[in-house]
Design a binder for this molecule. Structure first.
Ligand code: ZN
Length: 144
């Protein structure tokens, strides 16, 4: 995708930021800018800034998006696998619960940090929420 088509980068003479590379670096828990520093301070809390290049992460606005994406991905994979196994075997309900509940919990936890990293990388590449784009202003009512 060429971001210049939308006018922002061309108008402000800003350099392009490769979207997929930034999302991949974030997915791997690395700084979307340099690919070296750590993106996360704890499990899903981002570091204040990159410890290698100094890129600031504290203003990201991933909010609930990573959790929604994880639910969509894990839900589709687990439900599909459950329905396939359920149709092909004669396991009891308790056996299904013993299989699918742990798999669901582990896969959701395993995907949460990489997904959040990819979302932060996307925001960095698109210069959203303080990642080098124009300053955001609060929208107020026109009569104020
Ligand atoms: Zn960095």
């Amino acid at each position: 995708m060429d971001a210049r088509k939308f006018g922002g980068a061309a108008a402000t003479k800003l350099s392009d930021r490769p979207l997929w590379q930034a999302m991949k670096r974030g997915f791997l828990g690395r700084c979307p800018h340099c690919g070296q520093g750590r993106l996360f301070a704890t499990f899903i809390r981002t570091a204040e800034s990159c410890n290698v290049c100094g890129e600031e992460f504290h203003h990201h606005r991933a909010d609930d998006l990573p959790a929604y994406l994880v639910m969509v991905i894990v839900g589709h994979v687990i439900v599909g696998a459950f329905m396939g196994i359920e149709a092909a075997t004669t396991l009891s309900t308790w056996q299904h619960l013993a299989i699918w509940v742990p798999i669901t919990i582990v896969s959701a936890l395993a995907l949460l940090q990489p997904t959040k990293g990819a979302v932060v990388g996307l925001q960095w590449a698109l210069r959203m929420h303080g990642f080098g784009g124009p300053a955001e202003e609060l929208e107020t009512h026109p009569e104020l």
